[in-house]
Write a protein that binds this ligand. Sequence first.
Ligand SMILES: [Zn+2]
Length: 137
Amino acid sequence: MHEWALAESVITTVVDEIRLNNIRKVTKVDVMVGELQQIDLEIFRFALENVMKTYELSLESKAIRIAIEKNILRCEVCGKIWSFGDAGCRLGEDEAEAIHFIPEIAHVYIRCPECSSPDFEIVKGRGVWIKTIEGER
Ligand SMILES: [Zn+2]
């Protein structure tokens, strides 16, 4: 159910921003979802639309656009930069499900394709955030 918590935080951010900037009508909200975040986009969109209603936000649901940010990982040992999901490092469904609940577990399953080290930094591809909000005053 963390899609609902994420939707709540996205919508409250939008609400704060439009108050701060005296925006009357929101015309576009670009939401970015990290590829490794593993959220159910259908549930997330549904949650956004419902949370939106409770805040009586003047925003059409089609104004919300969700884009996926591809992941970028950097090996702490050899410095190799790669993307999880590239040829040869796909996850099984069980592993993907485990990462969904405990992102830190990613380090157990994902290893550097160059030196096999499990020590890497997630440079991109995690979290949910708002890239842009556009509106009319
Ligand atoms: Zn490495």
